[in-house]
Design a protein around this ligand. Sequence first.
Ligand code: 13P
Length: 338
Amino acid sequence: MTLNEIAKKMCAKGKGILAADESTGTIAKRFKSINVENIEKNRLYFRQTLFNSSAMKDFIGGVILFDETIRQKTTSGPSIPELISKHGAVPGIKVDKGAKPLAGSSDETVTEGLDGLRERLKEYYDLGARFTKWRAVYKISDKFPSAQSIKSNAHALARYAALVQEAKMVPIVEPEVLMDGSHNIDKCYQVTTNVLNECYNELEIHKVDLSGTVLKPNMVIPGAECKDKSNAEEIAKKTLECLKKNVPGDVPGIAFLSGGQSEIESSKNLNEINKINDSNFLITFSYGRGLQASALREFGKNQENTENIQKAFNHRAKMNGLSSKGEWSEELEKEFAA
Ligand code: 13P
């Protein structure tokens, strides 16, 4: 398959990406919230339960894994990447080494992980990965994000993407403008515009073939502490406008992160965006919390209750599958939850 075909498969209409690549530190926070011990066996059990769900085949085009997970075998035999491929989804891998303090602007971060990346990519390809993820993080405040953070993160994203394509995998380019803060939606629009512009500028300099990439952006949304709440229509309109103006047309797929929105909000907003999507972009989800929060709660109640964990996951995957086509509604949400 060409990189363009893989990218389109990951974001195919009615499907999206499951971001199950929480690092050991991040999954520790998620497990703490449900009183589950953060040990390898529990991490494997939770994740293989999701990857064995019936929703995988119909609604999941790709799964992002963490280094530990891509090397694991399921308790029934096949490896995790084999299990994912069996459902027709593409296995992928997070390859960045996290957001680290940016020298010279230490309240901001730059994502690291380029050293030795070429060698790691070869190994991940051999383990079955066909796409990768690298996440840059930008904070909004009076003085942030600085030009330094915008430029250094875009440069790293572009060097990463070029190496990934050399290794015959699709890079997910994830510049995440955080929703922490009291800024309004217009400030988010402006910062997202600046961030996207710099990313595509660097991707061009580094000769990345955009037709073999997927963009994973934030939605254009007010800060979590902003008093002026926006409705889904406004979020959809501004998000789509921002993407149409700043993302080159040869990018085949755009898959949003949920970024701290609730499960319902992230489905509703994605649905509104697709209702008015008049671009050629395949627009879908690449959610972590937006797909897993309910399933995680069920896992916390009873780790053995596979049926309830999968039921919760199947429901969210189905709802977001509908949102990726603009066919979700609050009525369907209730009807299928019942
Ligand atoms: P959330 O959807 O929970 O924001 O996670 C997506 C992700 O992969 C962030 O890098």
